[in-house]
Write a protein of this length. Structure first.
Length: 97
């Protein structure tokens, strides 16, 4: 499974409902399984992003659909990054001519 970093910021609606953010995070984990993904970690952060999630997913399309499903609820806006571990990066670097 590929690794993805999901960066999220609360919308106005999300801030108004901030007291439910932990419940929503648990619901996100359940929804992720329906897309074949696994949420490994969710952290609430200070700074540019309000929430960061580390997920594993079967492919880009599944994780994109999951991110859109999350954003469509109106509590957060997301940016999803494909992440590469050291072993994957080594394989990538071996392809450099």
């Amino acid at each position: 499974m590929a690794t993805y970093i999901v960066l999220a910021n609360f919308t106005e609606q999300g801030v108004r409902n901030a007291r439910d953010t932990v419940k929503r995070a648990e619901a996100f984990k359940d929804v992720a399984r329906k897309y074949g993904a696994n949420v490994k970690e969710i952290c609430w952060t200070l700074g540019r992003y309000d929430i960061i999630a580390i997920c594993e997913g079967p492919d880009d399309a599944s994780v994109t659909a999951l991110s859109l499903a999350l954003a469509s609820q109106g509590n957060v806006r997301t940016e999803t990054l494909r992440a590469f571990g050291a072993a994957e990066m080594k394989q990538i670097l071996e392809k450099i001519a």
